[in-house]
Design a protein around this ligand. Structure first.
Ligand code: BG6
Length: 478
């Protein structure tokens, strides 16, 4: 994003949500402190709780004081930020309540002629999204009614629906009220520096791309591991499970970034065309294929977490072998693994190249597992490594795996923006490249639905906390 976005009013539904408290308000405050927000802006929190502006300001003040680093806690900056924050109580399911919201928005925005651009942000559970959008339309707050007074845009948090059908319904409702170029479906992974760098790494260098295909690559493995459990999100997890929480979005987006074709240019739609095309090429699962390709796990103790059913069959781990039926990737397995309460917290992509035709230095099949890899670590380290075999010094010819490594920390001094900083700015500026388009969302759900349908009633394998997941995961590598 270049320059400052237009002046606007940001209206956050789910103002008391964990997301708003932990990510949205602190990010907006930091952006304000750094001078990245528009010259003039207003923020309106929308929620069910009966709070005055002052009470809401006090609440976010307290939360931010807990979360932000000491260096950011400046009393006068706090004060000037919160005086632009307002609160409106709305019964989200009640259309008439939105007339009141409209009046409040116009009153708040009207204090500055310039804040009539409206950015709606839905930090609410997925089931509420269609209701809120319909009610915005009812109160003439949709984009389609607009207006010489300014733009209107909507940001929708993941999970976007809970299956293909609900995502299509939600897309249909949104499409009646906002045009696609005003819709910003967030997957915060797309705001990560290291995820954005995948495309740069692949397409700004002539070294890797010629090898980036089925002729040279044996397999690709993507891991999103976390060493903590579901925390206090029992109700959410019982509804979502790991497939909806992480596979449908973060994991498939990483897969798309690694496997997509080069875009025609760097416009948002050219890039999103390629991602959509890739997701569409992923082979769907059937009851025949799913047994060898999908493993579900549940960590020991999950059923005793708060708001979790004692006989829950919800998965907190999944390992899936995907195939992409296209010219570049046919028959190359993509092993994607994600889970809660695993041994460590790490997100990485490992591209394993085929062995040379003749392996003089060890057993024929050994090269891939010890060397011959490109490793993109997305987090916590932000590195790219090439792992290859080198001769150990000495008389005998023995190969050892060694690394050539790039690290963001040591190569650059600039501080990166966090995903929410970046994506909030992009949404205000109308830059859509790092938001998920309608077609991609639906292709991704079609894949997840095919797994759910093929698995039927899941019976996840149990795994110990801080392990590598259930032993049965080996099945997918066979
Ligand atoms: C969220 C998921 O979208 O992403 C969480 O709901 C997960 O379950 C989180 O922990 C991971 O994000 P990050 O950026 O902390 O790796």
């Amino acid at each position: 994003m270049q320059g400052k976005p237009d002046n606007c009013t940001i209206i956050i539904f789910g103002a008391s949500s964990d997301l708003a408290a932990r990510k949205l308000f602190p990010s907006l405050y930091e952006l304000a402190m750094w001078g990245n927000l528009p010259q003039d802006y207003r923020i309106i929190g929308v929620g069910r709780a009966p709070l005055s502006h002052a009470e809401f300001r006090h609440l976010i003040n307290e939360k931010m004081a807990d979360l932000l680093p000491e260096s950011m806690l400046d009393a006068s900056s706090f004060a000037s930020f919160v005086e632009r924050v307002f609160y409106v109580r709305v019964d989200l399911a009640e259309p008439n309540s939105y007339d009141q919201l409209r009046q409040e928005i116009m009153a708040v925005a009207g204090r500055s002629e310039n804040c009539k651009n409206l950015l709606f942000y839905l930090a609410t559970p997925p089931s509420l999204a269609p209701i809120i959008i319909r009610n915005l339309q009812h109160a003439d707050l949709g984009e389609k009614e607009v207006t010489e007074h300014g733009w209107r845009k909507i940001v929708v948090e993941k999970p976007y629906g809970r299956n293909l059908q609900s995502a299509r319904e939600l897309n249909a409702v949104i499409g009646e009220v906002f045009s696609e170029k005003r819709v910003f479906r967030i997957d915060h992974y797309l705001g990560k520096e290291t995820v954005q760098n995948i495309m740069v790494f692949r397409f700004s260098n002539g070294i890797f791309e010629p090898l980036w295909n089925r002729q040279h690559i044996a397999n690709v493995s993507i891991t999103i591991a976390e060493d903590f459990g579901i925390r206090d999100r029992g109700s959410f997890y019982e509804e979502a499970g790991l497939l909806r929480d992480i596979m449908q979005n973060h994991a498939l987006q990483l897969l798309a970034a690694v496997a997509m074709e080069p875009p025609v240019d760097l416009s948002a739609d050219a890039v999103r065309d390629e991602k959509a095309k890739l997701l569409r090429s992923i082979r769907l699962f059937t009851s025949e294929s799913v047994g060898q390709a999908v493993v579900f796990g549940q960590y020991e103790g999950y059923r005793s977490e708060k708001n979790v059913a004692p006989d829950s069959t919800v998965e907190t781990f999944a390992a899936i072998k995907f195939f992409i039926d296209n010219w570049r990737w046919k028959d190359v397995p993509f092993f994607v693994k994600a889970g809660k309460n695993l041994a460590s917290t790490v997100t990485e992509i490992v591209i394993t190249f085929k062995c040379p035709p003749q392996n003089y230095f060890g057993p024929a099949e050994s090269c891939s597992y010890t060397a011959n890899q490109v490793i993109l670590q997305i987090q916590p380290e932000e590195t790219i490594a090439i792992k290859f075999g080198a001769k150990r010094p000495g008389e005998a010819v023995i190969t050892d795996p060694v690394y050539m490594r790039f690290d963001y920390k040591t190569s650059f001094t600039e501080a990166g923006l966090t995903p929410y900083h970046r994506l909030l700015l992009d949404a205000m500026a109308g830059e859509q490249m790092n938001f998920i388009r309608q077609d991609s969302v639906e292709y991704a759900w079609a894949i997840i639905d095919s797994i759910r349908d093929a698995v039927g009633t899941p019976s996840p394998d149990s795994y110990p906390i801080h392990s590598h997941g259930p032993d049965s995961v080996e099945r997918i590598y066979g």
